[in-house]
Design a protein around this ligand. Structure first.
Ligand SMILES: Nc1nc2c(ncn2[C@@H]2O[C@H](COP(=O)(O)OP(=O)(O)OP(=O)(O)O)[C@@H](O)[C@H]2O)c(=O)[nH]1
Ligand SMILES: [Mg+2]
Length: 445
């Protein structure tokens, strides 16, 4: 089943494998013959009972021009769970079996239609958190990152073959030029570094950035949390110490997903439960990628405010002056000094004033390295860890080259780097990696 459970306008069921067409014709009575790549109307029917239970369209994709490179049939019927379950039941009775998560894409990979990086991109595309990420994942699905990785691997294999020729035929003047070889390794290394760097941005897009709302009690953290979420999620009250445990919700701002965290007011706890809330809050704030430091426009800065401002020294932060609808008693000049160049934005969470400026600032300030225009972005830890291994091997190769070690040692490092690149695209197959990747897929893709 390629569509989610629950009633919907249409539902899609896919069959893949050598028996796909045969099984399909035992469930489906076409009005015209099922011709390759043609949409054919007909009836879903239990041929043993002869009563149709839905009208549907079917498409037959003969191998190898299909998603999996096997024979495939796709049914598009009404999206009733009852109908879809019946189609599945009849297909199973006719000899099909249920697909495992990601099995269609796995088959596409095993049959050589796509590589592992493209397979990962399929899942990222389905789960895209923004249009920007969808575009990047689609470009990866189209093979852009694979091409890059292949070109790096080819470059390493070329270096390797020169070194190996020099080892094998030392008498024929095939010595390697150390400087030139070193230069070529450095060129690959620079590209590997750039890809590794892009991972922060990729992860930020895929998983979201954690941003904590910090401030002393009653400054309006929960009111702002609700206003940004556009729903009444957190309890708000005029009494300090309202929020005790922290709350976490996702919002999308621009091209980024944020995990927004509302927490107890940092400062003097009025209650043991609040104390625990504050402890947890501090811990979360220290782990967050960014902070919104909320201050109250209607009161002068307090010791507690200054302590919270100090928390942000090592962090990306935006200073938010809340309650600008009230007469200002907060000393702006003093705050300017503390902010040391960070953005200060006046808002009213209660009256929803200036929230767009705040969102704009969040999208500018919190994402990592947005100023770097990466050609390719890697999204996953698997890729980052592999690239780090490659970086290490290439550094090692350079060291060995410079310190005049035997060329065989240099060759060994380059060979291992090239192998890791091969595992990245899946050209070198590893069951462990394959299992890890496809288990994250949904069934039907
Ligand atoms: N005038 C005005 N009042 C606000 C504004 N934002 C919040 N408040 C009020 O400030 C009080 C405290 O708001 P909360 O959102 O509960 O504050 P908090 O920071 O979450 O407080 P704790 O959970 O106790 O730490 C409530 O009475 C809100 O209505 C604002 O922009 N203007
Ligand atoms: Mg609160």
């Amino acid at each position: 089943m390629a569509t989610p459970p629950g009633p919907s306008a249409l539902g899609i069921i896919r069959l893949s494998g050598p028996a796909a067409l045969e099984i399909a014709t035992r469930i489906f009575q076409p009005r015209h013959e099922l011709k390759p790549w043609c949409l054919v109307q007909g009836y879903l029917i239990d041929l043993d009972q002869g009563e149709p239970f839905d009208e549907a369209t079917a498409i037959y994709f003969p191998a190898p021009r299909s998603y999996t490179r096997e024979d495939m049939v796709e049914f598009i019927c009404h999206g009733s769970p009852i109908i879809l379950e019946e189609v599945v039941r009849l297909a199973l009775r006719a000899g099909a079996r249920m697909a495992h998560p990601g099995e269609f894409t796995l088959r596409a990979y095993l049959n050589g239609r796509i590589d592992l990086l493209q397979a990962e991109a399929v899942n990222d595309l389905i789960r895209a958190t923004s249009l920007h990420q969808a575009r990047l994942s689609f470009s990866q699905l189209s093979g852009r990152l694979s091409k890059k990785i292949d070109s790096l691997r080819e470059a390493l294999i070329e270096i390797l073959s020169q070194i190996e020729a020099a080892i094998e035929f030392p008498d024929e003047g095939l010595q390697i030029n150390k400087e030139e070889t070193g230069q070529k390794i450095k060129e690959v290394l620079a590209q590997v570094e750039k890809l590794i760097e892009s991972h922060d941005l990729g992860q930020a897009m895929l998983r979201g950035l954690t941003v904590a709302l910090v401030g002393r009690a009653n400054v309006g953290k929960s009111t702002l949390f609700n206003a940004l979420l556009e729903k009444d999620r957190a309890i708000v009250s005029p009494y300090p110490g309202t929020t005790r445990d922290y709350l976490e919700e996702k919002i999308r701002v621009g091209d980024f997903l944020f995990n927004l965290v509302d927490m107890a007011g940092l400062g003097q706890p009025g209650h043991p439960v609040e104390e625990e809330g504050i402890r947890r809050g501090r811990q979360l704030a220290s782990l967050a990628e960014g902070l919104l430091i909320i201050l109250d426009n209607s009161e002068p800065l307090t010791e507690a405010d200054l302590e919270i401002i100090a928390l942000a020294r090592e962090k990306k932060a935006i200073f938010v002056i809340n309650k600008i609808d009230l007469p200002g008693r907060l000393e702006r000049d003093r705050l300017n000094d503390f902010a040391s160049g960070r953005q200060i934005i006046g808002i009213s969470a209660l009256h929803r004033l200036n929230l767009d400026s705040l969102k704009k600032a969040m999208a500018e300030v919190f994402p990592p390295s947005l100023n770097k225009n990466y050609e390719e972005i890697i999204f996953h830890w698997r890729e980052k860890i592999s690239l780090e291994k490659i970086r290490e091997a290439l550094h090692q190769a350079l060291d060995l080259l410079e310190t005049g070690y035997s060329e065989e040692f240099v060759a060994e490092e380059i060979r291992s780097a090239a192998n890791v690149l091969g595992q990245l695209t899946g050209e070198i197959k590893s069951e462990e990696i394959i299992n890890a990747i496809f288990s994250e897929f949904c069934i039907g893709k």
